[in-house]
Design a protein around this ligand. Structure first.
Ligand code: TTP
Ligand code: MG
Length: 358
């Protein structure tokens, strides 16, 4: 599976301020030279429909949207990074293997747990989309396919909120009508060069003489294009860097400031996080709580302890103290709470059972 969040930066902004949903929204990277210089990072789908896309100058976007009651916001990488980590944590939990792509996309290997059945994979994909929506309030698109190459193209096929399943016997038919630019590795220049050879679609590329492709692009790339156009790809997932945090978050039954209502939830989350760390053989030194308040603002309080630990009691104790500190800093009620542990040390001294088995 390949999962890609829809209009990610813009959707994050809508999430913390739902009033933005009804307006064209443009997230911008301001260069600072003049007040409006810089480029569009991404936009919501309302703005896209009016013709504003990633990469165009902010000034151009402003011209296009001048009568559209549009909203322009600067990028907030810290916030998107935090949302991304939460989503990736969920997605990772569904895969036998996990490979992160960009900030809003990842591959997971699910063949094992769906016993090779694409119908089950579709159900699983629906579940993942549902959980990401419920827990993180974000819509996503998923592609299910026999390999990474096709899964990535499939996730992009019906955006937003899409789900496209391509079975092994459908791969060539699925790819054939798509523009060659959809293939990983075919950028604008390559697309132009292929166009000169009369190759517009992936199907055209699949039928094109492989010798001639190798002559134009060199042997490796020529072969790659030839295979890719047929949907042939056997790249395994590359398990990415080690995780840097574990977190769990929950929505309270009702917004409240009453510790007796919040603490039991917090303790449950603390236990889950500690168990997860235990399972992964990780010890940590930092414990944080995350409070999402009734106005959807996000507040974090952290504490670092002297010695690495993975004791659920420590996580519970610190979270409860941090909750009080967080409550003291605001008059608002809490809507969602989370617990996070970070600053890991890979546990040594203890070996996993698998270390002893051949
Ligand atoms: P994408 O997944 O390519 O785009 P998207 O999530 O905004 O839209 P969708 O997936 O629904 O088509 O990129 C993820 C984020 O990366 C995007 O939200 C903002 C950032 N980005 C840029 O800053 N500049 C760019 O040119 C692109 C393409 C993305
Ligand atoms: Mg995206």
């Amino acid at each position: 599976m390949h999962i890609d969040l829809d209009y990610f930066f813009a959707q994050c902004e809508e999430r913390r301020n739902p009033a933005l949903k009804s307006k064209p929204l443009v997230v911008c990277v301001y260069s600072g030279r003049t007040p409006d210089s810089g480029a569009v990072s991404t936009t919501n789908y309302l703005a896209r429909r009016l013709g504003v896309k990633s990469g165009i100058p902010i000034l151009t976007a402003k011209k296009i949207l001048k009568d559209a009651d549009a909203v322009f916001l600067p990028v907030d990488h810290d916030y998107y990074g935090q949302v991304s980590r939460n989503v990736m944590e969920i997605v990772r939990s569904y895969g036998d293997a996990f490979q992160r792509g960009g900030i809003d996309e990842a591959f997971i290997e699910v063949g094992h747990r769906v016993r090779g059945e694409f119908d089950r994979a579709r159900e699983l994909a629906l579940e993942i989309k549902g959980v990401v929506r419920e827990k993180e309030g974000l819509s996503s698109s998923i592609g299910v396919a026999p390999n990474k190459l096709v899964a990535k193209i499939a996730s992009d096929f019906q955006k937003p909120d899409g789900l496209t399943v391509v079975r092994p016997d459908e791969v060539e038919r699925f790819l054939a009508p798509l523009p060659v630019g959809r293939l990983i590795g075919v950028g604008r220049k390559t697309e132009d060069r292929l166009g000169e050879e009369g190759i517009k679609t992936i199907g055209d590329l699949a039928e094109f003489d492989v010798e001639r492709l190798c002559h134009i692009f060199g042997k490796n790339l020529g072969r790659y294009f030839h295979d890719a156009a047929r949907g042939i790809d056997d790249e395994p997932l590359e398990e990415a860097e080690e995780r840097d945090q574990i977190s769990r978050i929950a929505t309270l039954k009702e917004n409240t400031r009453d510790p007796s209502k919040i603490v039991p939830i917090l303790e449950g989350l603390a236990k889950e996080v500690a168990m997860k760390a235990e399972k992964e053989g990780l010890s940590f030194r930092s414990v944080s709580i995350i409070g999402i308040l009734e106005d959807l603002s996000i507040h974090t309080r952290s504490r670092t302890v002297a010695a690495y630990t993975r004791d659920p009691g420590v996580v519970k104790g610190i979270s409860t103290e941090l909750l009080q500190i967080l409550l003291d800093g605001t008059d608002l009620s809490i809507r969602r709470v989370g617990v996070r542990v970070s600053s890991f040390q890979k546990a040594t001294g203890q070996k996993a059972l698998s270390d002893f088995l051949g």
